[in-house]
Ligand binder design. Structure first.
Ligand code: NAP
Length: 323
């Protein structure tokens, strides 16, 4: 495993980490989750990503159960939770969003589900148009000072809202955000490369990036008509621009190109797509998703591909995959 610093914090974090979205508590039951976490830990993974909304809390419950069962030392791993969407199917107004009430109560609930005394990372899962940024900063500052959260951050916030939060914190002696969690893959580059790059440089933000395979599309498996997976699950029909219509067809062509380049490099398309994400030095960790141990095993080997991927090849791949 390679370890990187989380932005300008002093925290080393594994360059590859494991997330629970769609999988833990849904396509992955408790015993498979245990296998995935054990495999990740054995490969040096030190960060497990979660959120109140994953499986309506079940994602956190399963991860907490597995971490306790495996008896992993608390100082050998980091866990996150994210607050905004709520932990039940139809949350009431006080059970979602970024009000100080919900941010604090959701933190307490996540601590109980994950069975830990503090969250290493606690993120505002989306911006909340109904809550002043200042209120969210004050709630996070409170939790950090109480020792319940070590580092706080945002996910998919506009850069100017992050800058406002950081400025308010600096002006008032409050704890500033340390990380952002954006989507980043060969099909989704703009936000990280244009919008967040100045924040990484100026504020020292770390990036914990998600969906390195664009929900599995970049693994190339959807070239097989009978391949199952998230993108063929009716519950995720809202992701269908990945497969359907003109965008889907154009993307399928690009995945074919990715697969050809991967074959030249003697790796799989998934490994090349993940190595490509790791090639951006602003990325602190690439959060992997896996519904089976074999997928995780394959994806963890992307680190070896990173060593073989020259900067010019990396840029060329990005250009050839651009929309
Ligand atoms: N902050 C946010 O808003 C946000 C949003 C999304 C995700 N996240 C975090 O980021 C993590 C990763 O995101 P993601 O799950 O979307 O990542 P991803 O890598 O884009 O997709 C992972 C999925 O792709 C398929 N897959 C993975 N490896 C494969 C392989 N080698 N061959 C074939 N198929 C493979 C599996 O799905 P199937 O087996 O079902 O096909 C797997 O669950 C999440 O778990 C979550 O923690 C955060």
């Amino acid at each position: 495993m390679q370890y990187r610093r989380l932005g300008r914090t002093g925290l080393p974090i594994s360059a590859l980490s494991l997330g629970a979205w769609v999988t833990f508590g849904r396509s992955v039951g408790r015993s498979e989750a245990r296998e995935l976490v054990a495999l990740a830990h054995d490969h040096g993974v030190s960060f497990y990503d979660n959120a109140e909304s994953y499986g309506q809390g079940e994602g956190e419950r399963i991860l907490g159960d597995v971490l306790a069962d495996l008896r992993l030392p608390r100082d050998a791993f980091c866990v996150s939770s994210k607050v905004f969407f709520g932990a039940c199917r139809e949350p009431r107004p006080t059970q979602r969003g970024l009000s100080r009430k919900h941010v604090v109560e959701a933190c307490h609930q996540a601590l109980r589900r994950l069975r830990v005394e503090h969250l290493d990372f606690y993120l505002c899962h989306r911006p909340d148009p109904d809550v002043p940024v200042e209120e969210a900063v004050l709630a996070m500052d409170l939790l950090v000072r109480q020792g319940k959260v070590l580092y706080w951050g945002t996910s998919e916030w506009p850069a100017e809202a992050i800058a406002r939060a950081a400025g308010f914190a600096a002006d008032n002696g409050l704890v500033a955000p340390s990380l952002e969690q954006p989507q980043y893959n060969l099909f989704a580059r703009t936000r990280v490369e244009r919008e967040y790059a100045p924040l990484c440089r100026d504020l020292g933000l770390g990036l914990t990036t998600w969906s390195p395979l664009a929900s599995g599309l970049l693994s190339g498996k959807y070239r097989e008509a009978d391949a199952g997976g998230r993108l063929r699950d009716p519950e995720f029909a809202w992701l269908d621009n990945h497969l359907e219509g003109a965008t889907g067809r154009a993307r399928a062509d690009r995945v074919r190109h990715l697969a050809a380049m991967a074959a030249d490099l003697r790796c799989t398309p998934a490994q090349l797509a993940i190595a490509w994400c790791l090639g951006n030095p602003d990325v602190s960790t690439v959060i992997l998703g896996a519904s089976a141990p074999a997928q995780l095993q394959e994806n963890l080997a992307a680190l070896a591909v990173l060593d073989a991927l020259m900067p010019a090849e990396r840029d060329g791949l990005a250009d050839s995959m651009a929309d």
